[in-house]
Design a protein around this ligand. Structure first.
Ligand SMILES: [Zn+2]
Ligand SMILES: [Zn+2]
Length: 400
């Protein structure tokens, strides 16, 4: 069957061994070139009278003998960025892809492998040998895009992901850069031409040194949730992943940078536990349910009765919370259900509460009730107007 079809193809078209073998590429694991050679030799032995036709390999109808030029194609590949592993993609002219498709239909070649796949593989193997880097299909540091017919190469450097935790020791700093509401980042009189709502952000304070060190083009900051601008992040800190786009330098001394960031921002923020991670951790830290412990200061003094009442009532209690009035202009209006596991009042301080609850619960509203948008609330329980005046996150832990 293979021989019969091959004979028909070769009588009508000139094919190189690569292209001949590739028409049956998904049948066995041998290389296309070897398979093509075997088929050709068998045919020549069976039909010696056709040998001059069957033997033609020059000016291959499909690939124009591109596989003879692979050394030349990859000769100039020497990226000037750091990478340990790579993947290859090839751009093949439309007319060649069309010819391949025509061949497939005409001869019913259901085991045909595409020329792109073979080029990717053959070029990838050679580049691997030349550069001593690992050629692989996933989690690669870079993608080398080759235009073999134009002897042109492009590089895509995949982003770098660094995990860590941050503490915030001063109020008034947002987690990420906020564009000015009026000018949307262009710079106007309201934002003092900075384009930003706040002069600095945790993202910017952390990122700058990493961008310098890696020579990346841009970055993204992925936090495991966020605290309000006026809330401190204490304890072991909040998990984040820093994404550096197109880094020229991939292998940096994380410990050194950690020290440097902490020194530069002493008293303001602190980072810890830095390590390299894969991309999937970003989704994971964003979607893993967390439990948090807050320390809240309220604007009234609680008596012993009230303290007892609060501790008793807010024990494994579901809270129904509509999107708070203060953020409704930028968040979708919906009702969330979050649990408060425990509230501890302090013996010495009559206006301080330690609240252990699900991540995503709005604490200021748990205290005030937010015009009955949060149910139940501490204000409602005590029948008093109560406001949170100071709030700190003292611990974030993964739900177990
Ligand atoms: Zn060919
Ligand atoms: Zn502005």
């Amino acid at each position: 069957m293979i021989l019969k079809t091959s004979k028909e193809i070769l009588i009508e078209n000139i094919l190189c061994n690569h292209c001949l073998g590739r028409q049956f590429g998904k049948i066995s694991t041998s290389t296309n070139e070897r398979r093509g050679k075997v088929i050709r030799n068998l045919l020549i032995n069976l039909y010696p009278e056709l040998s001059s036709i069957l033997n033609q390999e020059r000016s291959c109808f499909l690939c124009n003998n591109i596989f003879d030029k692979t050394d030349e194609i990859i000769k100039n590949i020497s990226p000037n960025f750091e990478f340990n592993s790579f993947h290859v993609g090839t751009k093949v002219p439309e007319e060649i892809m069309k010819k391949e498709e025509i061949l497939k239909e005409k001869y019913g070649l259901q085991y045909q492998e595409s020329i792109k796949q073979e080029l990717n593989r053959e070029l990838g193997k050679k580049i691997g040998l030349n550069t001593k880097k690992e050629f692989k299909r996933e989690k690669e540091d870079a993608t080398i895009i080759i235009h073999p017919y134009e002897f042109k190469t492009e590089y895509i450097i995949n982003p770098l992901f660094i995990y860590g935790r941050y503490n915030k020791f001063v109020r008034g700093i947002p987690q990420t850069k906020w564009l000015c509401r009026r000018c949307k980042g262009k710079g106007c009189s309201k934002c003092n031409q900075t384009g930003k709502m706040y002069e600095e952000s945790i993202q910017e304070l952390i990122t700058e040194l990493f961008l310098n060190e890696t020579k990346g083009t841009d970055s993204a900051f992925h936090g495991a949730g966020r605290e309000d601008i006026d809330v401190l992040m204490l304890g072991k800190g909040r998990p984040f992943v820093l994404e550096i786009k197109s880094p020229q330098v991939r292998y940096i001394d994380l410990q050194k940078l950690e020290l440097e960031v902490n020194k530069t921002n002493k008293g303001k923020i602190r980072i810890s536990e830095l390590c390299y991670v894969e991309k999937d951790i970003v989704e994971k830290i964003k979607n893993t349910p967390m439990r948090k412990t807050y320390l809240a200061e309220i604007d009234i003094s609680l008596n012993e009765d009230e303290k007892e009442k609060i501790e008793e009532f807010f024990s494994n209690r579901d809270i129904y919370q509509e999107t708070p009035n203060r953020v409704i202009h930028r968040r979708v209006d919906k009702t969330r259900i979050r649990k408060v596991y425990k509230v501890l009042t302090s013996k010495e301080n009559c206006s301080s509460l330690e609240i252990y609850c699900d991540g995503g619960l709005y604490i200021k509203e748990l205290i005030s009730g937010d015009e009955a948008r949060t149910n139940p609330s501490i204000a409602e329980l005590l029948g008093k107007n109560i406001k949170c005046v100071l709030l700190n996150v003292i611990s974030i832990e993964e739900k177990v």
